[in-house]
Structure formats: structure tokens, C-alpha cells
Design a protein around this ligand. Structure first.
Ligand code: GLY
Length: 552
């Protein structure tokens, strides 16, 4: 935890959090700091920090106005609906590993848009710390050394897998192994310095030439050519045509607080709204947080909201998302009316509540500056280390975000999400997300900046933070440390952290729930504003996955 009054950052990696505070001390605002932290994480937190992926940023200005920036990846023009289904109807691995899994990245465009709209410091100054970390090296802490070691093992297994004998994929994976290893081929250890000269050069080009240098200039066509040579489907026009989009945030009230969060193509905001409307309808706040009955009602609500998520939400530029209905509290109330307080409803009996007419790894960080400007930013490569492919000579690690589309209706994606045709692949379309960067406001004053990684568990992690802060009088530190529980309709099971009380777990099973234990759900790097003292209290979710809170 770190406490300050002039600026605060909470992120997944220590050097990146310090970069954010240093930028604010130099006179930058929260957006300058958020962009600098995002670029720094692309160097120091390669499992999810990135310039080869995409994400969402929610910004609240000191005057109370707010914006959402959508910089989600887009499907390349050569993408087709069934590109990951083989002749026998099976979903292939190509949507998860290798260059074909990569959507067109949005991070550089998104950060350039945020900076152009709100930044104060020169663009090059905001990129300078990330360039220095890449060029001069970043010292690996134990989490990151272990994480890179695990990634090397996973990629090594793919290299040995006879099903990945395609020579282009083999070459791509081998170059990734080399990128993340020491020159002698051994893995980096904690405390060692990791230099990335290729990435430094790419970031330098972006610092000099802005987003155009990444998408057009020399770099864009060069990246497209290299991805294609490795077996991918990028074309220069995909990169030249990428656009970040300003979206109207979802805003709603919950128990006297205003919540500002992300609209589609993330499902995060809609699902958060539905969970909290369900909590109100079912009066969950009257039950103790650590009680079987509250968790039962909460899980029953999730089962229903995720059925809607998976069947009804997609890229609003391609399908009509029934936003008015989905956000309507009376619609949510009707959906919740069928909940049996004494028995789990099998997910097979739950369907989405509307008919469409006719479409793990991520990282979240939070920034607040002394003027009250607040940024919630969640961005991702999808899986840890994305598609496990670095574009040679650039340091750009490719995302495998295409797996967030529905590869085949009825087949689970890597998060077990079973999604509908509204989220099918189409050229230029953005894949449905769960990312939920969220800002909480009370009586017109900033109260908290929240978010988490974790695929579909992102939204439930944020919902649990909101409910604990607002309904259960917990501090952010207590809320972040509390045991997390998740359900997503299908598979029909509760995911619970191992710290869930065995008594509650048995009682949930007696109500008909299957309970599966997970090591850690989410990584909530968040900041609250103390309602009494107005101090900024940054909390990093260090027990789950490291990270650092910095403030001054
Ligand atoms: N890639 C995870 C998400 O966007 O939900």
C-alpha cells in the first residue's frame, strides 16, 4: 500500500509504477503517467504489458467529465468466420498460438489518442522511461523471472509438440525462445538485467514519429510482412487502417455512488451493471460478505448475467447490442426472479434473456494525479505472452486475441467461455472482451479507480471490489485481499480461491453447486481516495502476483 496526496499509481510491476510517479513529479498529469506506465509495462511486464495487443482506458477529468477509449485489436481483413475450424469441424490451436492468432494491435493508437486529447508533457518525454528500460535493461524481480521461465517452458513444449511441426511456426517459436533467454540460451534469474534493444528501437521510432510510425512508416509494412512470412494474415493496409475509438462510457448509480465503466466491445461494463442491479434486487448487501447465502445469490446472478454476455454482446460497430434492455434494472430484476434461495439452478436451464435479431492474461493499472484526474487502464495480449511470437527485429510480442471471438458456436474458448454467433469473426471486427476499467464517484468526488486482469473473471473481480467498498464498509486493502469467487454460466461451476472457508464451500455444494478451487483470481491494482482525508491510497494486489503501489 502507498499513500499520497499528489499522485498515485498501482500496477503489476515496480519499475513501471515508479515511472508513473516520476512522470507526475515532472509535471505530467494522470494521462501522461498512464501512457508512460503502459509503455513501461510493455518492457518490464511482457506477459501482458504490451504494444502488440489492445485494451480499454476510462478517464475521468477533474471537472467530472469522463471518456472511454477503445483500443481493442481488430481482426485482419483476411480473417474469416471459420478460420480456426478444421475440415473435421474441430477448433484448431491456431487461434491461440502462433502468428495467425494475432489481431491488429491497438495500444499505440490508443495511447496516442489519450495523450493527444489530455496529455500535458511532450509525447517523446512520456515514452523516454520505457525506452531507457528497454535499452539499458530492467532488473527482473522474482515474479517476472519466474513468469518468463514458465513462458519459456510452455513455448519449449510447443516446439517439441509433433502437432506444431509447421516449419514457419517452429521458426517463430524458436525466435521467441531466443528473445526471452540469455545469449547462452539459459533463462534469466531474479535480480538479472534484461535488455531489449529491438524493442527500444521500436519505441524510439514511436517516440519520434508518433502512432503513424508504428502503423504506417517503415514499421507497419515491415511488421505485416514478417507476420505473413511466419504464417500469419496481416497486411500493411490492416495496420494503416487501425483506429482507436472514443466511446461513451456506461454510467449508472449504485447505492449512492456513480460508476463509470467500459461499454462494448467490452462486455465488462454491461455485466458489472447487471451484477450490481442483481445485488440491489436480491438485497445482497444485507447478508454478511463471507456467508454461504450471499455467495449463493451472487453466483446465481452471475450465471444469468454471463448467459447474456456470451449470447448478446459483441462489437457494436458490427451487431446491434440491445444496450437499453441489458442495462435496464427491471429487465435484470425479471432475470433474477427465478433464483431459488435454497438451490443452485443448473446452467443448462438458463438461457440468455433476450433474442438477438441479427454478433489469462491481461494487466490493469490505475493512476490518479493531484488534480483528481483519474485513469483506469486495462490492456492485454490475451494469454500470458500472447501468441508466444515476437515479430523479429521489433521486440513486438504478438497478441492471441482472436481467441476472444467465437471460433465455433458452442465450443469453449481458452477461458471456457461458450459464446454465440454475435461474436463471430469478421474482417475489421473487434472481439468481445471482459475488461472492466472502472471509476467510482461519490457525491461528485472521485472515490476509487478499479480493474483487474483475468479474462471473464475480470468483471466479477471488479464487482466484488465495488460491493465490498460500498456495501460492506471495507477499505480497498481489505477488499483487494478478500477471497474471490466467480461463475460464468458455462462451465457450470463456481471458481473459488483456495482461501474460501471449507464450511462455506461444503454448504455451497449442499445447495447444488460444483466448487472448483483456483490459485488466484485476478490481480487488482487499484487506488481509493480516502473519503475522510482525501488522501490517495494505492493498493497493489501483491499477494496474488506481485506489483507495486507508489504514491507521493
Ligand atoms: N482477453 C481477455 C479479455 O479481453 O477479456
Amino acid at each position: 500500500m502507498a499513500v499520497g496526496t499528489q499522485g498515485a499509481v498501482s500496477s503489476a510491476e515496480s519499475a513501471a509504477s515508479d515511472v508513473g510517479v516520476a512522470i507526475m513529479k515532472k509535471g505530467g498529469n494522470a494521462v501522461d503517467a498512464a501512457v508512460a506506465v503502459g509503455f513501461a509495462l510493455s518492457v518490464t511486464h511482457p506477459t501482458a504489458g504490451n504494444i502488440g495487443g489492445g485494451g480499454f482506458m476510462v478517464v475521468r477529468l477533474p471537472d467530472g467529465t469522463s471518456t472511454a477509449i477503445d483500443y481493442r485489436e481488430m481482426a485482419p481483413q483476411a480473417a474469416t468466420r471459420d478460420m480456426y475450424v478444421d475440415a473435421s469441424g474441430q477448433v484448431t490451436k491456431e487461434g491461440r498460438i502462433g502468428p495467425k492468432a494475432a489481431g491488429i494491435p491497438g495500444v499505440v493508437a490508443g495511447f496516442a489518442m489519450a495523450h493527444a486529447k489530455y496529455g500535458k508533457l511532450p509525447w517523446a518525454e512520456v515514452l523516454a522511461p520505457a525506452i531507457a528500460l528497454a535499452r539499458d535493461g530492467a532488473v527482473l524481480d522474482s515474479f517476472h523471472a519466474q513468469d518468463m521461465g514458465r513462458a519459456l517452458t510452455r513455448v519449449g513444449e510447443y516446439v517439441k509438440d509433433p502437432n506444431s511441426s509447421d516449419p514457419e511456426l517452429q521458426a517463430a517459436l524458436k525466435s521467441t525462445l531466443a528473445y526471452f533467454s540469455k545469449p547462452d540460451g539459459s533463462p534469466y534469474a531474479e535480480g538479472e538485467l534484461w535488455k531489449q534493444p529491438d524493442l527500444a528501437q521500436t519505441l524510439e521510432a514511436v517516440a519520434k514519429g508518433g502512432a503513424d510510425a508504428f502503423y504506417k512508416g517503415k514499421l507497419g509494412p515491415d511488421m505485416a510482412k514478417k507476420v505473413k512470412a511466419m504464417g500469419g494474415i496481416w497486411a500493411p493496409k490492416d495496420l494503416a487502417g487501425y483506429r482507436a475509438i472514443v466511446r461513451e462510457p456506461i454510467r449508472f448509480s449504485y447505492h449512492g455512488h456513480d460508476i463509470i465503466t467500459m461499454p462494448p466491445p467490452s462486455a465488462g461494463g454491461v455485466v458489472l451493471r447487471q451484477i450490481l442491479a442483481a445485488a440491489e434486487y436480491l438485497e445482497m448487501s444485507k447478508l454478511p460478505w463471507d456467508s454461504t447465502q450471499r455467495i449463493h445469490l451472487y453466483v446465481e446472478a452471475l450465471r444469468r448475467t454471463y448467459a447474456d454476455r456470451n449470447e448478446l454482446i459483441g462489437d457494436p460497430d458490427f451487431i446491434k447490442v440491445p444496450m437499453a434492455e441489458l442495462l435496464d434494472t427491471s429487465y435484470v430484476g425479471k432475470r433474477m426472479a427465478g433464483i431459488d434461495p435454497k438451490k443452485a439452478t443448473p446452467s443448462s436451464e438458463i438461457k440468455a434473456g433476450l433474442q438477438l435479431r441479427e454478433s489469462q492474461h491481461t494487466t490493469h493499472y490505475s493512476v490518479i494525479d493531484g488534480s483528481g484526474m483519474a485513469v483506469a487502464n486495462t490492456y492485454t495480449l490475451n494469454a500470458g505472452f500472447g501468441a508466444k511470437v515476437v515479430i523479429p527485429g521489433t521486440g513486438v510480442l504478438l497478441n492471441n486475441e482472436m481467441d476472444d471471438f467465437t471460433s465455433k458456436v458452442g465450443s469453449p474458448n481458452m477461458f471456457g467461455l461458450v459464446q454465440g454467433p454475435q461474436n463471430a469473426i469478421a474482417p475489421g471486427k473487434r472481439m468481445l472482451s471482459s475488461m472492466t476499467p472502472t471509476i467510482l464517484v461519490k457525491d461528485g468526488k472521485l472515490r476509487a479507480v478499479l480493474g483487474s486482469p483475468g479474462g471473464p473473471t475480470i468483471t466479477t473481480t471488479v464487482a466484488q471490489l465495488v460491493m465490498q467498498l460500498i456495501d460492506h464498509g471495507r477499505t480497498l486493502q481489505q477488499a483487494v485481499e478478500a477471497t474471490r469467487v466467480h461463475h460464468q454460466w458455462l462451465p457450470d461451476q463456481i471458481l473459488a480461491e483456495g482461501t474460501l472457508s471449507p464450511t462455506i464451500s461444503s454448504e455451497l455444494q449442499a445447495l447444488g453447486h460444483k466448487v472448483v478451487t483456483w490459485d488466484g483470481i485476478g490481480h487488482a491494482n487499484c487506488i481509493e481516495v480516502d473519503p475522510k482525508t482525501s488522501r490517495l491510497i494505492a493498493v497493489a494486489d501483491v499477494k496474488r502476483d506481485g506489483g507495486k503501489a507508489s504514491a507521493y
